[in-house]
Design a protein around this ligand. Structure first.
Ligand SMILES: *[C@@H]1O[C@H](CO)[C@@H](O)[C@H](O)[C@H]1NC(C)=O
Ligand SMILES: *[C@@H]1O[C@H](CO)[C@@H](O)[C@H](O)[C@H]1NC(C)=O
Ligand SMILES: *[C@@H]1O[C@H](CO)[C@@H](O)[C@H](O)[C@H]1NC(C)=O
Ligand SMILES: *[C@@H]1O[C@H](CO)[C@@H](O)[C@H](O)[C@H]1NC(C)=O
Ligand SMILES: *[C@@H]1O[C@H](CO)[C@@H](O)[C@H](O)[C@H]1NC(C)=O
Ligand SMILES: *[C@@H]1O[C@H](CO)[C@@H](O)[C@H](O)[C@H]1NC(C)=O
Ligand SMILES: *[C@@H]1O[C@H](CO)[C@@H](O)[C@H](O)[C@H]1NC(C)=O
Ligand SMILES: *[C@@H]1O[C@H](CO)[C@@H](O)[C@H](O)[C@H]1NC(C)=O
Length: 678
């Protein structure tokens, strides 16, 4: 994609100002040979990412060779025209900073620079020194009084100093003469044009994809002779402080002669770094929200109490109404005697598992001799409600990846029994955790089972007239039939919700280690919380590790960290890794998918429908930018930020807004503390 012409020096016309073709290049996406990287800068999915979530860091990238700035022995500077597309990507729940500078510098490396408000451009000592020989166009999102910044969203021309010689608020002029402001670090992609000719510099910018505005944002009369040495490095630099954000360069062109070269930048189909809207933590309303939340919480508790008391009364009534209800619904009632004889009087030797509500027995029904699993639900354990929920949902759900309910039975004493198809091969966890290496499922089988479960969950979420949430997706709730196909069972916690209606619950149900962070916060189950559970299932099955194990980091955090380090395959089940013979790309894809499913931001998690497609290896990738699905998934993970700081927090944790408020008096740099005050 990137085209590079080697420097052509037309030495025969040294005095022809403006017309000498010294160098031009176009990068639509970057590879490792295109630029030199310093500090935290990396190239990932062809994007030049100058910084990540690490605080107080610097990232710099330079074109790998020096470029001549003037004809030999001449005082006349070459003109140049450069254009690039950048995105400053904010991270969720984090105040963003600090900015990006397009630079001309004498030397490689990041010596003599510091982070935070210094933008990785200079440091406090060197700032303003005429011997610096550095030139920059800054895109600064922080208001630093010491540098006379006009605001926290400006573009400036920097000559040897962070105090700009010219600044303008970020935006562009429309042809009709109106000025359009925009936020530099909204996560949007912006294109910048910087033209220098005849001691005149124009800086223009606009949202990527827009035609170049005719009127520049900044026009300045500028003599760069004393700044530029004969040859300079050109590139970008940026920094984070206590405030962090991503600084990404998506494309870049440069030419000394062709002022139209920027037209070869591809502006369509670029990835977006805009965070999905999250009303909770975005603004000062957050603080108001926390206060209001306290009152709401009290109200919430009162409501629960109310519901609880009302529920007691209703339950007494429900018992009486039971008979009508029984007649109305499939599946069929089976007599207690029938079940008792099928399970040989609930003999201990027929126990095949312990469910959340009691023991599960194996049985053989008389007449036909089909094998069944009988699950007992006791009345004391809120039995009636769960029974109603379970039977009304799964009784009518039929799917090859769900364990089907054959019938049910009510005992006079108030004990309920549910009769399921018997699954010959037991639950998935036994084939992943509690087994020796010979019986253990291979990767291809594990992925197949995950695909099975995914289509089962998709059916629950979308395949029926009402949305059904499972609420307790985990390895021990996945059963394997005689052909080793995965089927999702235990709908004891599922409840039926009509589509579009927000599900709410008065208590959190599920299993520790599988519960999505927002479910703990809000108590609301949703398809997204099911997706989270499914994500944990993916990770536990692929890694052969339970989500929470004594003395080890939580599975989700551990895998996330390995992925952030680019070592995601180190997470896969060791016992299988040794054996080899597995499709690394597919395993990686499934792991990335698992991570995306457990993303702290529910809106970033994929839908079941997308998960099924990704598992099958087919999704519509919105742009041919992504080289592979793995890159695509990784990009999605990263572009949304916060992927390395879950609510549990492991390893490197960057400050959240709350941390920020708490620590504002002590650990922050002077520049950052201003934000808190505002
Ligand atoms: C990087 O891109 C350049 C063109 O810009 C190309 O010549 C080179 O082969 C690429 N290298 C790799 C490793 O893709
Ligand atoms: C940021 O990048 C640096 C260098 O590439 C790396 O060591 C560090 O772990 C990264 N931090 C995060 C939070 O991704
Ligand atoms: C430039 O000047 C240097 C000495 O000042 C001289 O050695 C060199 O030959 C000159 N180059 C050209 C192209 O005139
Ligand atoms: C700035 O950089 C110079 C050159 O590396 C160094 O001598 C000086 O101590 C640095 N100043 C600060 C404040 O870091
Ligand atoms: C700067 O912009 C003005 C107005 O569009 C134009 O007349 C001038 O030629 C431009 N200068 C450069 C160096 O591009
Ligand atoms: C240059 O900028 C000044 C303000 O700084 C403005 O009045 C003038 O119209 C601009 N010229 C062009 C050609 O854009
Ligand atoms: C630019 O600066 C150089 C040296 O600093 C000087 O020789 C030259 O005359 C200046 N040109 C203009 C147009 O000011
Ligand atoms: C300048 O660049 C444009 C866009 O890439 C191209 O169409 C045009 O031919 C180039 N002009 C010259 C003189 O190379």
């Amino acid at each position: 994609m990137a085209a590079l012409k080697l420097p052509i020096l037309l030495l025969s016309f040294p005095l022809l100002f403006c017309s000498i073709s010294a160098l031009d290049f176009v990068f639509n996406g970057f590879n490792s040979t295109d630029v030199f990287l310093y500090g935290n800068a990396i190239i990932e999915s062809r994007i030049l990412a100058l910084t990540n979530q690490t605080s107080f860091s610097i990232g710099r990238a330079l074109y790998p060779s020096k470029i001549p700035t003037r004809a030999p022995n001449s005082s006349r500077l070459y003109s140049f025209s450069t254009s690039f597309i950048f995105a400053m990507a904010p991270y969720r729940d984090t105040l963003p900073g600090h900015g990006l500078v397009f630079i001309f510098v004498r030397e490689t490396g990041i010596h003599g620079t510091s982070s935070a408000q210094n933008l990785g451009f200079l440091n406090f000592t060197l700032n303003g020194n005429p011997n610096n020989h550095v030139f920059g166009i800054e895109f600064d999102v922080f208001d630093n009084e010491e540098f006379n910044d006009p605001d926290d969203n400006h573009v400036g021309i920097d000559l040897n100093s962070l105090t700009s010689t010219a600044t303008e608020e970020a935006g562009f002029w429309s042809d009709d003469g109106s000025f359009n402001r925009f936020r530099l670090n909204s996560g949007e992609n912006y294109q910048v044009w910087i033209d220098y000719s005849d001691f005149q510099m124009n800086v223009t910018m606009a949202p990527a994809g827009m035609k170049r505005p005719r009127r520049p944002l900044i026009n300045a009369s500028l003599n760069l002779s004393h700044i530029f040495t004969d040859e300079m490095y050109v590139g970008f630099t940026s920094s984070t402080g206590q405030l962090v954000q991503g600084h990404n360069i998506l494309a870049w062109s440069f030419s000394n002669s062709n002022f139209s070269l920027s037209e070869s930048l591809i502006t369509a189909g670029l990835p977006s770094f805009v965070l999905p809207k999250d009303p909770i933590t975005k603004s000062k309303w957050f603080i108001a929200g926390v206060t209001a939340g306290g009152f709401l919480f009290v109200f919430f508790i009162a409501t629960i109490l109310g519901i609880f008391i009302a529920d007691h009364r209703r339950r007494a009534r429900a018992r009486a109404e039971m008979e009508d209800w029984e007649l109305e619904y499939w599946p069929h009632r089976i007599t207690y005697q029938e079940i008792e004889s099928a399970t040989k009087g609930f003999a201990e030797e027929n126990v095949i598992g312990i469910g959340g509500n009691g023991k599960v027995h194996k049985g053989v029904l008389t007449g036909g001799g089909s094998e069944v699993a009988v699950k007992r639900i006791s009345h004391e354990n809120d039995g009636m409600r769960e029974f109603l929920a379970e039977i009304s949902s799964i009784g009518r759900l039929k799917h090859r990846n769900l364990v089907s309910l054959r019938g049910w039975c009510k005992k006079e004493t108030g004990n309920f029994l549910l009769i399921y198809d018997y699954m010959e091969n037991g639950s998935l966890d036994k084939w992943v955790f509690d087994c020796d290496e010979r019986n253990m499922l291979r990767f291809e089988d594990r992925i197949r089972v995950l695909k099975n479960v995914a289509s089962g969950v998709l059916y629950l979420h979308e395949g029926w007239e009402s949305k059904v949430l499972h609420r307790d997706i985990k390895a021990s709730n996945v059963l394997l039939d005689k052909d080793m196909n995965g089927r999702l069972g235990d709908f004891g916690l599922a409840r039926v919700h009509s589509h579009n209606q927000v599900a709410s619950t008065t208590r959190i149900v599920g299993t520790m280690g599988y519960i999505a962070p927002e479910l703990i916060r809000t108590g609301r189950a949703s398809t997204e919380t099911d997706v989270f559970g499914f994500g944990v299932l993916i990770l536990e099955v692929m890694c052969g590790r339970r989500p929470i194990e004594e003395g080890k980091p939580a599975l989700v955090d551990w895998v996330r960290r390995l992925a952030a380090e680019g070592e995601i395959t180190a997470a896969v089940d060791e016992r299988l890794r040794k054996k080899g013979g597995w499709n690394e790309e597919e395993v990686e894809r499934v792991l990335h998918l698992g991570l995306l499913c457990v993303h702290p931001d529910p809106k970033t998690r994929p839908k079941m429908r997308q998960i099924v497609k990704i598992l099958e290896g087919k999704i519509e990738m919105d742009e041919n930018e992504s080289e592979s699905m793995n890159a695509y998934l990784l990009e999605r993970l990263k572009s949304q930020g916060t992927w390395c700081d879950s609510s549990v927090g492991f390893g490197h944790k960057h400050p959240t807004f709350e941390d920020f408020l708490q620590s504002s008096s002590t650990s922050m740099s002077w520049s950052d503390s201003i934000v808190v005050g505002r």
